[in-house]
Design a protein around this ligand. Structure first.
Ligand code: ZN
Length: 331
């Protein structure tokens, strides 16, 4: 097939499409499929992993850029990252920055906190943000870490030591975390709840989060299926725990990533998820959506985060297709 021109390939496909299996996927055809899947809903994600995927070794990329403990604590200008906290669903509150998300899921027996930001943001965004929203940070019982990169986990040790919250992390990411020096930004949490490849369920009071192992972005990346309510109506959230391709550029890593996207897609479809969330605001437009959530809605208007099951599935098509495009391009 690769010796034929594009026009010839198109001709062959037209003639044979009902007689034979479809043409084998190529990197180009996969990126085109991902572009269709992205549409206007997931422009940021398509750009990040299909147009300009992270390159190991490129400036600002690779291990040093993964938030894995920079040499010295640096606090960027607050105006560049600080964001106000918002109540977004009946039982889910945004306490993240302009760039990274952190969420408080309230239950009948306390708070499940999801992702913890860089260490400089944990006090102003999570601790103070909860208080601003009328929630008590001492009620945090579980802290779910999607993956062990500093932009999501540096707040974990403080929440563990100050409030006694249990930290939940994938097994491989615990290993990476526990190797950090004690002087790492935010400190190092003690090993708590370790999640293996089979995943787990975290139940607090009346609420259960389905924790699904989705290795790829890191070996221990976890994604979540989260039940929430919007003015009393039940909605299921698919929370994608790791998206960018800033892992070592090897074919088997892209295969692992691809398979995790498909696995999580199937789990979220079975759960009836109609909301896609990510831990970076560029991937799910969290910064805009949390601001729209409190505004009045006309009767019958959907929550600004809610889409439909097919739109949620398209998110995982982008990841699977562009990971497979990268894997094929390496062969
Ligand atoms: Zn990361």
């Amino acid at each position: 097939m690769k010796f034929l021109s594009a026009a010839a390939v198109a001709g062959v496909m037209t003639v044979t499409m009902y007689a034979q299996a479809p043409a084998p996927a190529t990197p180009d055809s996969l990126v085109k499929a991902a572009k269709r899947a992205a549409g206007t809903d997931y422009a940021g994600t398509f750009l990040r992993i299909c147009v300009a995927p992270d390159n190991e070794g490129a400036p600002g990329r690779g291990p040093a850029a993964r938030g894995a403990a920079p040499a010295a604590r640096t606090v960027p200008d607050r105006a560049l990252w600080y964001a106000k906290p918002y109540k977004v669903f009946d039982n889910l509150y945004f306490v993240g920055t302009r760039i990274h998300s952190s969420w408080a899921l309230t239950t009948s027996d306390g708070i499940v906190l999801i992702d913890t930001l860089f260490d400089y943001a944990v006090e102003p965004e999570i601790v103070d943000g909860l208080k601003t929203l009328g929630l008590d940070p001492r009620r945090i019982k579980y802290v779910l870490i999607s993956h062990a990169h500093g932009d999501h986990d540096q707040g974990a040790a403080l929440l563990q030591s100050r409030y006694g919250a249990k930290i939940v992390m994938g097994a491989a990411d615990w290993e990476a975390t526990l190797q950090r020096p004690a002087t790492a930004p935010g400190g190092v949490p003690k090993r708590d709840v370790v999640v293996g490849p089979e995943g787990t369920k975290i139940t607090l009071g009346d609420t259960t989060v389905d924790v699904i192992a989705t290795p790829g972005h890191t070996p221990g990346t976890l994604s979540y299926i989260i039940p929430v309510k919007d003015k009393g109506r039940s909605i299921v959230i698919a929370y994608a725990g790791g998206t960018a391709f800033n892992f070592p550029r090897r074919a088997e890593n892209f295969a692992i990533y691809r398979d995790s996207q498909r696995k999580f897609a199937a789990a979220t479809a079975a759960a009836g998820a109609t909301v896609l969330m990510s831990n970076h605001t560029e991937f799910d437009r969290a910064y805009d959506r949390v601001r729209l959530a409190p505004l009045p809605r006309a009767a019958g208007d959907r929550h600004p985060y809610e889409t439909d099951a097919a739109t949620v599935q398209r998110y995982f098509d982008i990841g699977a297709d562009c990971a497979e495009a990268q894997r094929l391009s390496m062969q």
